[in-house]
Design a protein around this ligand. Structure first.
Ligand code: C2E
Ligand code: CA
Ligand code: CA
Length: 663
C-alpha cells in the first residue's frame, strides 16, 4: 500500500515527454489557479475585516499573495526557457512537495475564519474552501498527484471540522463535500490516464512521421543517386539543369554543361568483364570528384560510360576548357583492376547556357553534338558547341533530306580499288567503295552519306543497293578475285542484314567464298556479342572477314585473336610517316608478325609513294592497297584494267610490274 502510494506520488524520469507535457500544461494553468486563489482569499479577508484579527485578514493574505505572485512569475517565465528533462522532473516534484504544506496552510487559514462573523459568513467560509479547492484542483489536473493531495487535504480537514461541530446541517454539507471530492478525484484520475495516453500517442505519431520522412528522404536520395559511383544520376542532373533554368529564367545567369564519354571503355567490359568495367567507372567518378573538389561544379553519371558536369559559375570558354583538359589528363592515368590495367581517355562536349541554347533539351542536344564532333574530329579533347557546329547541323540536315529524297538506284554507284598481292604480283581482290552523286548537292563523300544513312535509318536499304551493284560487277571479273565490301555497324547488330546480302550474292551467282566483308573494330565493339554471332555466320558461309582501319580503335593485339577474322587492314595513318618514323615501322613490323602468327592476311592500306611501297615490301608485307598501285576505279575502268592485267599475266614474266597499274 505504502509502495503504491509512493509510486503514485513519484514523478518518473523515464517518461520525459509526459513530464514535459505536464509541465507545459501547468505553466499555462498555474497562473490561473493563483489568480482564483488570490481573488477568493481577498474576498474572504475583506468580508471578515471587521470581525477577524488582522493576522488573518491582512498578514496571512499578504504572505500568501507574495507566495502566489512568486509561483506565478516562475511559471510565466518558464514558458520561454528551455529546461532539461531532469530540471522539468525536479520542478514537478517540487510542485507536489509544495502542494501538501500549502494545502494544510490554506485549510487552516480558511477554517480559522469560521469562529468569527455571523452564519452567512460561516457559509461563505465553507463555500470559499469548497469552490477554491475544486477550482485549484482543476487547474492542477495534469499533475494529478498534486491535484488529489490538495483535494484530499482541504476536503478531509473541512469535513472533519464540519462533522466535529455536531450540527446536522454542517454534517450534511461535509457529506456532500466528501462525495463531490471522491467523484471529482476519480474524474481527475481518468483524465490523467487519458492525458498520458494522448501524450504517448502523439509521441508515436511524431516518431512515425519522422520515420516516414527519413524513408521519404532515403527514397528520394536513392532515386537521384547512381548506385555504382554514388554520384548524382541522370534524373538528378536533368532536374538540376531544369532548376537552374526555372529559377534564373531563360536569360538568367550563365552556366555550362559538359558531357563526358570514356574512350575505350566498352572493350574493357567486353574483354575483361563487368566487374572490371564497374571498377573503372567508380574510379572515374572518384577522379572527377577529385578534380572538382571545392569548386562549384556538379558531377553526375548519366548512364553507361557517360558522365555529366554542370559548371555553376563558369568563367570564360578558355577557363572551362582548361578545367576540362585537367579532367582528360586525370582520366589518362592508367586504370588498375583485378584482371589487369587499361589506358583510357575521355572526350568532352560542352554547351553554354543561354548562348548555345536556352532550353534544357536543346542545351543537352548541343553538348551532345559537341561531344559527337569531338569524337569524330578531336578525340580526347574538350570541344565547345560553336557557330560552326550550328552551320554543320544545318548542312547535315540538308544532306539527310537529300538522301531521303534520293533515287538510290540512279544516284548511287560503286567504284573499285584493287588490292595487290605482292607474292603473286597481281590483283588479289577489289574493295567496293560507295559513290553518291546528288543532283541537288553534287558529289558527297561516302563517310558522310554513310553516317547520314545510319542516322536516318536508311543504311540497310542503301547497303543492299550498293551490294547488288558491286556483286553484279564482280560476277564479270576473273574467277579468283575477291570482292571486298564495307559493312557499317548496324549490319552487325543482327543476322538478318547479312542473310539478305548472302541471298543477293547467291541470286547473282557469285560464290560466297569470293566475298570479303570489311568491318571496323569500333563497329564490333558497339555490340560485341551480336557482332561475334554475325562474324561467325559470315565465316560459316565461306565468306571472309577483314578488320578495317586497324590501329585507329581499341587495337588491342591481345584481343584480335578472339575475333573470327581472316584479314587485318592496317589503317593508312600508319603509312603516312612510315619512311620518317622508326617507331611506325616497328609497329608495322610487329603487326605483320602478329598476323603471321595468327595465320591471318594483312593488307597495308594507303600506299601512295614508291618509297612507302619499298618500305612495306622490305618489311615483308604481302598485300597492299593505295593510290600508288591504283586509285578507286569506275566499274568500266575496272573491267578494262582487269582485262589488261589478266591477259598480260598470260604473257611471259617480266613485262608487267606492280605499280604500273596506276589510274
Ligand atoms: P575505307 O574502308 O578505309 O576505304 C578506303 C578509303 O581510303 C577510300 O576512301 C579510298 O578512296 C581511300 N584510299 C585508298 N587508297 C588511298 C591512298 O593511297 N591515299 C589516300 N589518302 N586515300 C586512299 P573513300 O572511298 O572516300 O571511302 C571512305 C570511307 O567510307 C571508307 O573507308 C569506308 O569506311 C566508307 N565507305 C565507302 N564505301 C562504303 C560502303 O559501301 N559501305 C560502308 N559501310 N562504308 C563505305
Ligand atoms: Ca574498307
Ligand atoms: Ca580502311
Amino acid at each position: 500500500m505504502l509502495s503504491r502510494l509512493r509510486a503514485f506520488f513519484s514523478v518518473k524520469d523515464d517518461e520525459p515527454e509526459l513530464n514535459r507535457a505536464r509541465f507545459r500544461a501547468l505553466s499555462r494553468q498555474q497562473p490561473l489557479m493563483y489568480g482564483i486563489i488570490t481573488i477568493n482569499m481577498l474576498a474572504l479577508a475583506f468580508t471578515h475585516m471587521e470581525s477577524a484579527p488582522i493576522v488573518l485578514t491582512v498578514i496571512v493574505p499578504v504572505m500568501l499573495l507574495i507566495f502566489s505572485a512568486n509561483r506565478t512569475l516562475k511559471y510565466v517565465r518558464s514558458r520561454n526557457r528551455n529546461y532539461t528533462d531532469a530540471q522539468i522532473a525536479a520542478s514537478l516534484r517540487s510542485t507536489i512537495r509544495i502542494v501538501i504544506p500549502a494545502a494544510f496552510a490554506f485549510a487552516a487559514w480558511g477554517l480559522s475564519f469560521y469562529q468569527y462573523g455571523n452564519s452567512e459568513q460561516h457559509a461563505q467560509v465553507v463555500f470559499f474552501l469548497g469552490v477554491t479547492t475544486i477550482a485549484s484542483a482543476f487547474c492542477l489536473m495534469h499533475l494529478v498527484q498534486a491535484a488529489i493531495s490538495l483535494l484530499a487535504i482541504v476536503s478531509i480537514s473541512t469535513c472533519l471540522f464540519l462533522i466535529s461541530s455536531g450540527d446536522n446541517v454542517l454534517a450534511a454539507i461535509a457529506f456532500n463535500l466528501a462525495l463531490v471530492t471522491i467523484v471529482f478525484s476519480s474524474l481527475l484520475m481518468r483524465s490523467e490516464r487519458d492525458f498520458a495516453r494522448l501524450v504517448v500517442q502523439k509521441r508515436e505519431q511524431r516518431r512515425q512521421h519522422a520515420r516516414l520522412q527519413t524513408l521519404n528522404e532515403e527514397n528520394k536520395r536513392l532515386a537521384n543517386t547512381d548506385s555504382l559511383t554514388g554520384l548524382a544520376n541522370r534524373r538528378a542532373f536533368l532536374a538540376e539543369i531544369d532548376n537552374r533554368i526555372a529559377t534564373d529564367g531563360p536569360n538568367g545567369r550563365e552556366f555550362v554543361i559538359a558531357l563526358l564519354d570514356l574512350d575505350g571503355f566498352k572493350p574493357i567490359n567486353d574483354v575483361f568483364g563487368h566487374p572490371a568495367g564497374d571498377q573503372v567507372l567508380a574510379e572515374t567518378a572518384r577522379r572527377l570528384c577529385e578534380v572538382f573538389k571545392n569548386r562549384p561544379v556538379s558531377v553526375a553519371r548519366l548512364g553507361g560510360d557517360e558522365f555529366g558536369l554542370l559548371f555553376n559559375a563558369p568563367g570564360s570558354d578558355a577557363e572551362i576548357v582548361t578545367m576540362a583538359q585537367r579532367v582528360c589528363a586525370a582520366l589518362r592515368r592508367p586504370f588498375q583492376f583485378e584482371e589487369g590495367s587499361a589506358n583510357l581517355s575521355a572526350t568532352i562536349g560542352m554547351a553554354r547556357f543561354p548562348t548555345a541554347a536556352d532550353t534544357r533539351g536543346l542545351l543537352f542536344d548541343r553538348a551532345d553534338y559537341a561531344l559527337y564532333f569531338a569524337k569524330q574530329n578531336a578525340k580526347s579533347r574538350p570541344v565547345f558547341f560553336s557557330h560552326e557546329h550550328e552551320r554543320l547541323i544545318f548542312a547535315n540536315s540538308a544532306l539527310e533530306q537529300a538522301l531521303r529524297d534520293a533515287d538510290l538506284e540512279k544516284e548511287m554507284s560503286v567504284e573499285f580499288q584493287p588490292v595487290l598481292d605482292l607474292g603473286r604480283g597481281q590483283t588479289r581482290g577489289l574493295e567496293a567503295l560507295a559513290r553518291w552523286y546528288s543532283p541537288t548537292l553534287g558529289r558527297i563523300r561516302p563517310d558522310l552519306f554513310i553516317k547520314a544513312a545510319e542516322n536516318i535509318g536508311m543504311i540497310g536499304r542503301l547497303t543492299e543497293v550498293l551490294f547488288r551493284k558491286a556483286v553484279a560487277e564482280a560476277t564479270q571479273w576473273p574467277d579468283d578475285l575477291l570482292l571486298s565490301f564495307n559493312l557499317s555497324a548496324t549490319s552487325l547488330t543482327s543476322k538478318t542484314p547479312i542473310q539478305r546480302l548472302m541471298s543477293i550474292a547467291e541470286r547473282a551467282g557469285l560464290p560466297t567464298s569470293r566475298l570479303m566483308f570489311e568491318i571496323t573494330e569500333s563497329a564490333v565493339m558497339k555490340d560485341y556479342e551480336s557482332a561475334m554471332d554475325v562474324l561467325k555466320l559470315i565465316q560459316s558461309t565461306g565468306a571472309h572477314v577483314a578488320i578495317d582501319d586497324f590501329g585507329t580503335g581499341f587495337s588491342s593485339l591481345a584481343y584480335v585473336h578472339r575475333l573470327p577474322i581472316d584479314t587485318l587492314k592496317v589503317d593508312r595513318s600508319f603509312i603516312r610517316d612510315l619512311t620518317r618514323n622508326e617507331r611506325s615501322s616497328n609497329v608495322l613490323r610487329s603487326i605483320l608478325s602478329l598476323c603471321r602468327n595468327l595465320r591471318i592476311s594483312c593488307v597495308i592500306e594507303g600506299i601512295e609513294t614508291q618509297e612507302q611501297f619499298d618500305c612495306v615490301y622490305d618489311l615483308g608485307a604481302r598485300f597492299v592497297q593505295g593510290y600508288y598501285y591504283s586509285k578507286p576505279l569506275s566499274a568500266s575502268d575496272t573491267h578494262m584494267v582487269l582485262k589488261i592485267e589478266f591477259e598480260s599475266a598470260k604473257m611471259p614474266p617480266g613485262t608487267e610490274m606492280p605499280g604500273q597499274m596506276r589510274a
